[in-house]
Design a protein around this ligand. Sequence first.
Ligand code: CA
Length: 221
Amino acid sequence: MRILIAEDEARIAADLAEAVNSGGYVAEVSADGEDAWFRGGTENYSAIILDLGLPGIDGLTVLKRWRQEGVTTPVLVLTARGAWTDRVDGIDAGADDYLPKPFRMEELMARLRALLRRSTGRAEPSISVGPITLDPRNRQVTVGGIPATLTPLEFRLLNYLFHHRGRVVSQAELSENLYAHDNERDSNAIEALVGRLRRKLKADVIETRRGFGYIVPAAPA
Ligand code: CA
């Protein structure tokens, strides 16, 4: 899952990117409002962390524009401490959650996970498919209760497919959500990655749809 971080304070942006990346997602940073507005409106992100005090176009205007343009990506707004009116304005403008600065990274990550969970229509923090359970909180995957050791890329792949279960996901979409940079994206690599993951999980939960991509079938009703 790709997360856009719109934050102009380099130190905070770097800390956020590190937390997001080690949380099993792919972080992209934008340091000004105009760039953030453009990227948020043209690229597919699973969620956006938006600082309201951005240079260029301020965060609130960016958020309003996205919502007017029909961008439905979940947005977590970062506001200045004590600026409760900012929080009200942010929520009214279409933010899904907010966090005042300074914040604890653990709280931000918990809110991000909750946002991603709600946006894919789930209430429980962990996702189980057959014998496999994936818990985004500790990035742990178990097979029949036994922990599986996955690489960060393998985890990102499984996390993305589990969050979008019941839908065919193309190799291009996976690639986009697994790698931060275009030059790393390669569809052969995805095929190899899926192969390795299937061997590790020893359970065939990822189905191939030739020419279309991969799917983790939805739970039977
Ligand atoms: Ca700022």
